[in-house]
Design a protein around this ligand. Structure first.
Ligand code: ADP
Ligand code: TPW
Ligand code: MG
Length: 576
């Protein structure tokens, strides 16, 4: 703790870390205390920072990562050494994979003892372990370098392609004293941490020439487009060009899903049919079948369907990673989109009506089919009848943030629940990782102040479920809906080989997850009908009380792996 008699002349590592973060506008910390960062969390709170303390570091890490996505500023996760650090590492790696800016700050043990492997308390060479899993990793040994260390961490996290950064702060650093004035002078307020990157004029012209030549153009918006916060220009690009667009999962809502040019309901028609595809902050990875194969109208997995691609991305090495990119447009999305808009001029010809009306026809047919399915009211509830309620609730509360994980619970929600505003849908992202739910929900509520609705598979919820205590402790307006089908994908699997154990894919039948919320003073509700679910969700939104609704879903309603059954090695082998 600060020694009062010296406070005017001396400062220490603890306070320099706090001042460096605050100087750069970082005031929310997601973490878990313990040696050597216990006092740091106390002092952070004392100095006016908001410290959100979790029950497991992975959830704190996920919270920091999604705070980064939502705000464009690095989200900070603070952990103890070795085991706490390792618990935070999955989230750091996931942030890097998803291009979310995040800084994992972990305390570490004595360098001299760690490096000689003499068995220190929580001994681990954390810097070396973090390096391959993040964008950059730094260690600060001297108090006078804290300002530089934090500045480098911030720049690395948010400049260019955003990602995770590890910052190693050894225990000894925190107590290091130095002259207060010199300490203050050593801090850096980072100027322009994520500089605009303007695309080259010839690259813009190449992209526009290709787009102009298209008979069946398509725009694909990815979560990079949501992150870039260039919402107005993206909307203008879509509307001025008249081109149908498809949002990737976390790009839903950049334009409302109900927009007439939204082609989500005709996805399997537009992907193989399109001749020129403009990718905006979306990678041609597995989620887009690598830009080739049957999804894209190709004859087999080697031949692309003949589409030409324009790709807007801040990373110059993203182009050609899966298929040839005919017109790469390297720069930040805001600058690239406004350059395209400027180049389009006032006389841009909209795509041929044969194309836009074919898309509309397919879309209307599928929307009508879906409306029929949603109107059914089976008992027990299935994914459609329950998610029809969630769809209405989001429509009535477009500012609410939707967190979503699971398999069927994810895929059905993504296709049934329309989003109306940007960065309101937060989900499993590029890895399809389970366990993001409660960390994302906490950060979404803390960063936005808006109500949060978390639609969770019962398996998915289990990965971070203990954080319902955190949600209650901070009294956050989070409404969790467990799509409870008694298991992973389905709850009706039988044991194999005459085993007395349950199938590896099923859970306790009739589990009451709502009681878990009640244990910490929140509201727990059991819902077996859409009417009960609707009432409980409306109450939760109105009261802003932590709520957990156990929605009982037909245990036979789901399919293996949701929509990605084909990636299961057994299914893949059968296909060959
Ligand atoms: P999705 O999963 O929605 O398809 P991806 O995560 O695959 O999206 O792609 C996001 C892409 O957006 C990444 O390649 C990343 O480099 C890019 N990106 C992120 N932020 C920006 C930005 N501000 N400007 C340009 N590209 C960006
Ligand atoms: C960290 C594998 C993908 S989806 C899923 C698992 C375990 C759970 C599906 O069941 P849930 O949803 O949530 O009940 P539903 O509606 O289909 O029944 N470990 C990690 N990440 C992943 N993706 C897995 C395991 C998986
Ligand atoms: Mg389930």
């Amino acid at each position: 703790m600060t020694n009062d008699s010296q406070a005017s002349e001396l400062t220490d590592g603890f306070h320099l870390v706090i001042e460096a973060l605050k100087l750069n506008g970082i005031t929310n910390i997601y973490g878990l205390p313990g040696i050597p960062v216990t006092d740091l969390t106390r002092m952070m709170q004392e100095e006016g920072m908001r410290v959100i303390s979790f029950r497991h570091e992975q959830n704190a890490g996920n919270a920091a990562a999604i705070a980064g996505f939502m705000t464009g500023k690095p989200g900070v996760c603070l952990t103890v050494s070795a085991p706490g650090f390792l618990n935070g590492l999955t989230a750091l790696a996931n942030a890097t994979t998803n291009c979310f800016p995040m800084i994992l700050i972990s305390g570490s043990s004595e360098r001299e003892i760690v490096d000689l492997q003499q068995g220190d308390y929580e001994e681990m060479d954390q810097l070396a372990i973090a390096k391959p899993l993040c964008k950059a990793a730094f260690r600060v040994l001297n108090a006078e370098d804290i300002g530089v260390g934090i500045a480098r961490a911030i720049r690395s996290a948010v400049s260019g392609r955003p990602g995770g950064v590890y910052l190693d702060l050894p225990a000894k650093l925190f107590g290091q004293a130095m002259d207060a004035a010199a300490g203050k002078a050593s801090l850096i307020k980072v100027v322009d941490p994520a500089p605009r990157q303007i695309p080259a004029p010839d690259a813009v012209k190449r992209a526009l020439d290709l787009l102009k030549s298209a008979k069946k153009p398509l725009i694909l918006l990815g979560k990079g487009a949501a992150y870039a916060q260039a919402d107005a220009d993206i909307k203008t690009l879509v509307e001025k060009s008249g081109i149908p667009y498809l949002p990737m999962s976390m790009a839903k809502g950049i334009l409302p899903d109900t927009h007439e040019q939204c082609a989500s309901a005709a996805r399997s028609f537009v992907l193989p049919e399109a001749d020129v595809v403009l990718l905006v902050g979306a990678r041609l990875n597995w989620l887009l079948s690598h830009g080739k194969g049957k999804t894209w109208g190709g004859k087999d997995h080697k031949n692309p369907g003949g589409q030409k691609f324009i790709q807007i991305d801040i990373s110059p090495t993203e182009a050609d990673s899966n298929v040839a990119i005919d017109a790469p447009l390297v720069g930040d999305i805001g600058s690239c989109v406004s350059a395209l808009l400027a180049g389009m001029g006032s006389s841009w010809a909209k795509p041929p009506t044969e194309w836009t009306s074919a898309v509309a026809e397919r879309k209307n047919k599928n929307v009508a089919k879906m409306a029929e399915t949603l109107a059914k009211d089976p008992s027990p509830m299935n994914y459609h009848s329950s998610l029809n309620v969630v769809r209405d609730i989001i429509k009535a509360n477009p500012d609410a943030i939707l967190v979503n994980e699971g398999a069927n619970a994810l895929d059905f929600t993504r296709s049934i629940v329309d989003m109306y505003k940007p960065r309101k849908r937060l989900d499993v992202g590029t890895w399809g990782v389970m366990g993001i739910g409660m960390g994302f929900a906490v950060a979404a509520a803390v960063e936005s102040g808006q109500p949060v609705i978390a639609i969770e598979g019962d398996s998915a919820f289990g990965f971070s479920g203990m954080e319902v205590e955190t949600i209650c402790r901070y009294n956050l307006p989070v409404c969790i809906v467990i799509m409870n089908n008694n298991g992973v994908y389905r709850g009706d699997e039988l044991a194999r080989g005459g085993s007395k154990d349950p199938s590896p894919l099923v859970f306790v039948k009739g589990a009451r997850y709502d009681k878990l919320m009640e244990a910490f003073g929140g509201v727990g509700v059991q819902a077996t009908t859409p009417a009960e679910l609707r009432r409980a969700m409306e109450d939760a939104i109105k009261s802003r009380k932590p709520t957990l609704i156990n929605a009982v879903i037909d245990e036979g309603a789901g399919t293996e792996s949701g929509r990605i059954t084909s990636l299961n090695p057994t299914s893949a082998a059968k296909k060959k």
